[in-house]
Ligand binder design. Structure first.
Ligand SMILES: Cc1ncc(C[n+]2csc(CCOP(=O)(O)OP(=O)(O)O)c2C)c(N)n1
Ligand SMILES: CC(=O)[C@@H](O)[C@H](O)COP(=O)(O)O
Ligand SMILES: [Mg+2]
Length: 640
C-alpha cells in the first residue's frame, strides 16, 4: 500500500501546514498504515484504529509539543507516534531496541508523560496545567482518557482536584473522554450506563419526562415551586463532570473531523477545566475489529488483515493463564464459597469460561484494582473464598489494600498473580518484577512460586486450602509443557524439594559443591545449568514460609549457594534465603540471580531473560564466574 500524504508528515508542524481539506485523506492513510504496521509486528489494534481522527485533530488544533497531550494507558498512541516523527520506526514496535508500545518521555518530546497503567492522565495533565500557571507559561494540557480508564478511582481523584482553583490559580486542562463503550472486555459498572444515557440523549428526555409527570395533578401553588425546580434541571442538566467543576461539551462524533476540529479550537481558546465527551468505535475502519473489539484489542503477532486473527493449526501448549482458568472452574465446582474477581482483565486472566459457568460468582469490577482487593476482603469477612486474578504489575496499585485490608486482618484471600516476571512486548510498565519482594515482607502473607504448569495447578489448590492471604505467581505465556495432574493435591505447607543431587562429594578438591535454590519457572534453566556444573538443584516452591529445614540441610552439605528467581534481586527470594542463613548462623557464600536493579525494556521474553542472565547459559556462566575453581571455598571433609 502507498501512503503519499502520510509520507510527507514528519512532525505535527507538517500536519498543521496541510490544507484543512486534506486531513480526511491523511486520516485514511494513517489508519491504513497503522493496520498494515500492526499486522506485521503485532500490538494493540482496536484502540489505535479508534483514535485516528482524534489524533489528527489534536495535533492539528493544539501547538504540540508545547501544548501537552497525555494519553491514558497509552495503548492507543500508534497514530500519535506515526505523526510525531516515528512513522519509519513502527516496524520495530515493542521489539528489543525498538520503540515502545506506550508513550515514553525518553522516546519523544511529544510523549509528554509515560503511561501504560491506566487512569493517570488527568492527574498528570492537571499537574502540567498547574505548572504552566505557576510559571506563567501559556500552554494547554490535554488528557485523553477512555471510558474504561474512567472507571478507576484515580480518575475521579483527579477530576475532584482539577475542577477547582488552587490559591486563585485554575489550570487550563482539557479532559477528552474517548467513549467507545468498550474496555478490553465489554465495560462494566454504573458509569458505563450513565455514559450510555448521555450518548443516547435519553438524559435530556428523562429530565423532560420527569418534569411533566411531576407537574400534572398538583395544586397550583405546588405547581410553581416544582416547575421552577425542574425547568432549571431540564434546561441544562448538570452532568457529573460539571459537578466536578468542568465545562462539559458533547457527546460529539470522535471520527468526524468537521465536528472535532471546531470544537477543539473552541475549547482550546477557553480557559479553565474543560471536558469533551467524544464517541468513537473501537476498531473503527476495520470491519473485523469493529465486529469483535474484544478479540481485536491486541494482536499477539503477525496476521493477514484480509483474514484477521486465526488460531494456529497446532494446539499450542496451555498457558499458565489457561491453567488458572481451568483450575478456577474446577475449584468452583468443588467449593460454592469461591468467588472470582478480576479488575477488568477477564480475557487476559483466563476467566471467560468461569464467567460463563459461574455468572453469579464472577465479578469484573472495572479498572479498579484497589476496590477489587478490598471487595475481596469484604467477601472473606463473610466466610466466602475470594480469588483475585490480577496481573502482578497491576497489584502494585492496590498495595495498601493488600496490607491494610487483607493481611492485617488475616483474611482468607487468594491472589492469582499472572504476568509475574518479565512480560516481553509490553515492557517495563507491565513487568511483574517486584511482587516477591513486596508481598513476602507483609506479615501473615504467604508466597508460592510454582515451577511449571502442573505445579501451578497444585500451588493454586494448596494456596486456596490455606486459610489466610496467599499469592501464587506465574509468568505470561506457557511453561515447559509438563503433564497436568487433574487430581489436586495440596503440597506440604512451606516445603520445597530437591530435584537434582550433585555427584560431587563435599569438600573434595576441585570446584566447590554448589546448591542452586530455584523459585518458580527458572527451575528449568537452573536444572540445565546444573547438568553442566554437576550442581544440586532445589525446587523451593515457597518464598514464604521458606523451607528453612531444607535451607539448613543444603547449607550443611554444600560449599556455596545460588538462588534464582524471575523477580527483583533486591528484597526477593534470594534475600529471604540470606536472611534465613544469617538467622541460623550459617555463613556460606550466596550468589543471588534474578532481575537487576534497573527497568527491563520491552522485547522478546527469551532474549530479555538471556539479557538478565536467567537462561541456562547465563546461570552457568554466573556460577562459574563467581565460584569456578575456588579451593578456598572447600571445607575440609569431616575425616580429613
Ligand atoms: C491500572 C491498569 N489496569 C488494567 C490495565 C489493562 N488495560 C489496558 S487497556 C484497558 C482497557 C481500557 O479501556 P479504555 O480506557 O476504554 O480504552 P480503549 O481500549 O477502549 O480505547 C485495560 C483494562 C491497565 N493498563 N492499567
Ligand atoms: C494496554 C494494557 O495494559 C493491556 O492491553 C495489556 O497490554 C495486556 O497485556 P497481556 O497482553 O499480557 O494480556
Ligand atoms: Mg473504551
Amino acid at each position: 500500500m502507498s501512503f503519499p500524504l502520510l509520507q510527507t508528515i514528519d512532525s505535527p508542524a507538517d500536519l498543521r501546514r496541510l490544507p484543512r481539506a486534506q486531513l480526511k485523506q491523511l486520516a485514511d492513510e494513517l489508519r491504513a498504515y497503522v493496520l498494515e504496521s500492526v499486522s506485521k509486528t503485532g500490538g494493540h489494534l482496536g484502540s489505535n484504529l479508534g483514535t485516528v481522527e482524534l489524533t489528527v485533530a489534536l495535533h492539528y488544533v493544539f501547538n504540540t509539543p508545547e501544548d501537552r497531550l497525555v494519553w491514558d494507558v497509552g495503548h492507543q498512541t500508534y497514530p500519535h507516534k506515526v505523526l510525531t516523527g516515528r512513522r519509519d520506526r513502527m516496524p520495530g514496535l515493542r521489539q528489543l531496541g525498538g520503540i515502545s508500545g506506550f508513550p515514553r518521555r525518553d522516546e519523544s518530546e511529544y510523549d509528554t508523560f509515560g503511561t501504560g497503567h491506566s487512569s493517570t492522565s488527568i492527574s498528570a495533565a492537571h499537574g502540567m496545567a498547574m505548572a504552566a500557571k505557576i510559571k506563567g507559561e501559556d500552554r494547554k494540557a490535554v488528557a485523553i482518557i477512555g471510558d474504561g480508564a474512567m472507571t478507576a478511582g484515580m480518575a475521579f481523584e483527579a477530576l475532584n482536584n482539577a475542577g477547582v482553583a488552587h490559591g486563585g490559580l485554575m489550570g487550563d486542562v482539557l479532559v477528552i473522554l474517548n467513549d467507545n463503550d468498550m474496555s478490553i472486555s465489554p465495560p462494566v459498572g454504573a458509569l458505563n450506563k450513565y455514559l450510555a444515557r448521555l450518548m443516547s440523549g435519553s438524559f435530556y428526555a428523562a429530565a423532560r419526562e420527569g418534569a411533566k409527570s411531576v407537574l400534572k395533578n398538583t395544586p397550583l401553588y405546588e405547581f410553581a415551586r416544582r416547575f421552577e425546580e425542574h425547568t432549571k434541571g431540564m434546561v441544562v442538566p448538570g452532568t457529573i463532570f460539571e459537578e466536578f467543576g468542568f465545562n462539559y461539551v458533547g457527546p460529539i462524533d470522535g471520527h468526524d473531523l468537521d465536528s472535532l476540529i471546531p470544537t477543539l479550537e473552541n475549547l482550546r481558546d477557553r480557559g479553565g477545566p474543560q471536558f469533551l465527551h467524544v464517541v468513537t468505535k473501537k476498531g473503527a475502519g476495520y470491519k473485523l475489529a469493529e465486529a469483535d473489539p474484544v478479540k481485536y484489542h491486541a494482536a499477539s503477532g503477525k496476521f493477514d488483515p484480509a483474514v484477521g486473527f486465526v488460531k494456529s493449526a497446532t494446539p499450542a501448549k496451555p498457558t499458565f493463564t489457561q491453567i488458572f482458568g481451568e483450575w478456577l472452574c474446577d475449584m468452583a465446582e468443588q467449593d460454592p464459597r469461591l468467588v472470582g474477581i478480576t479488575p477488568a482483565m477477564r480475557e487476559g486472566s483466563g476467566m471467560v469460561e468461569f464467567h460463563k459457568r459461574f455468572p453469579t460468582r464472577y465479578h469484573d469490577v472495572g479498572i479498579a484494582e484497589q476496590h477489587s482487593v478490598t471487595f475481596a476482603a469484604g467477601l472473606a469477612c463473610e466466610g466466602l473464598k475470594p480469588v483475585v486474578a490480577i496481573y502482578s504489575t497491576f497489584l502494585q496499585r492496590a498495595y495498601d489494600q493488600l496490607v491494610h485490608d487483607v493481611a492485617l486482618q488475616n483474611l482468607d484471600v487468594l491472589f492469582a498473580l499472572d504476568r509475574a516476571g518479565l512480560v516481553g512486548a509490553d515492557g517495563a510498565t507491565h513487568a511483574g518484577n517486584y511482587d516477591i519482594a513486596f508481598t513476602r515482607c507483609i506479615p501473615l502473607m504467604s508466597v508460592l512460586t510454582p515451577a511449571d504448569e502442573n505445579e501451578c495447578r497444585q500451588a493454586l489448590y494448596t494456596g486456596y486450602q490455606h486459610v489466610g492471604p496467599v499469592t501464587v505467581r506465574y509468568p505470561r505465556g506457557a511453561g515447559v509443557g509438563t503433564a497436568i495432574e487433574k487430581d489436586m493435591q495440596a503440597w506440604p505447607w512451606g516445603k520445597g524439594e530437591i530435584r537434582r543431587e550433585s555427584g560431587k562429594a563435599q569438600g573434595r578438591a576441585g570446584a566447590p559443591r554448589i546448591a542452586i535454590l530455584a523459585f518458580g519457572t527458572v527451575l528449568y534453566p537452573a536444572l540445565q545449568a546444573a547438568e553442566q556444573l554437576d550442581a544440586t538443584v532445589a525446587n523451593m516452591r515457597f518464598v514464604k514460609p521458606l523451607d528453612v529445614d531444607l535451607v539448613r540441610q543444603l547449607a550443611e552439605s554444600h560449599d556455596a549457594f545460588v538462588t534464582v528467581e524471575e523477580g527483583c534481586i533486591m528484597g526477593g527470594a534470594g534475600s529471604a534465603v540470606m536472611e534465613a542463613l544469617q538467622a541460623m548462623g550459617l555463613n556460606l557464600p550466596v550468589l543471588q540471580l534474578g532481575l537487576p536493579d534497573q527497568f527491563v525494556e520491552h522485547g522478546d521474553p527469551a532474549k530479555l531473560m538471556a539479557q538478565c542472565g536467567l537462561d541456562a547459559a547465563g546461570i552457568a556462566q554466573s556460577i562459574l564466574q563467581r565460584f569456578g575453581a575456588r579451593p578456598e571455598l572447600l571445607r575440609p571433609a569431616a575425616n580429613e
